[in-house]
Design a protein around this ligand. Structure first.
Ligand SMILES: [Zn+2]
Length: 170
């Protein structure tokens, strides 16, 4: 008969919660709901370039290296020289060369979210800069993907939460 015990425990909890909120209703304001942080998801960090990706984030097999590799971002075709503007605010934590991504810009967006833009040249920001929505950070450079035979110039876009890269469910 543990089910009844669980039910009565739930009812008790409900009564306690109800009693609690009744007390709050009589008081001034609920300080807990007022200070609740906004929960952010991958959708809050859209790529500046939309459309069908050349390649998504995740594992893929490399014919050249005959092994499975992990692609940590999403690649969007874009003309060389196109100016890339961020879609969120944040602090630049890195801006410079990368062995695989040409030049890249890493932005800390707070609450453990960060975004990396690769395949760039002519960077317009430096480490420590604060970027605002629609601010230009650089231009698309010519960096063919050394692993995957992608010759098309593209933006390589990564979204991280903590030490986990976010993979689009599409
Ligand atoms: Zn890529």
């Amino acid at each position: 008969m543990w089910g009844w015990k669980a039910l009565s425990a739930a009812l008790m909890a409900g009564l306690i919660l109800f009693g609690g909120s009744a007390l709050l209703a009589e008081g001034q304001e609920d300080p807990v709901t007022k200070s609740e942080p906004v929960v952010r998801t991958l959708e809050d960090f859209p790529s500046p370039i939309q459309g069908k990706p050349l390649r998504v984030a995740g594992e893929y097999y490399s014919e050249e290296l005959e092994m499975t590799l992990f692609h940590s971002g999403t690649d969007y075709a874009q003309a060389e020289g196109a100016v890339i503007r961020v879609k969120h605010a944040g602090r630049v934590t890195y801006a410079g060369p990368d062995p695989f991504l040409g030049h890249k810009v890493e932005v800390d967006c707070g609450e453990d979210w960060s975004v990396i833009y690769g395949g760039l040249k002519n960077l317009r920001v430096k480490e420590g800069d604060w970027v605002e929505v629609d601010q230009a950070i650089g231009q698309i450079g010519y960096y063919p993907d050394i692993f995957g035979n992608i010759e098309q110039t593209h933006l390589h876009y990564e979204v991280w939460h903590g030490d986990l890269v976010q993979v689009d469910s599409d």
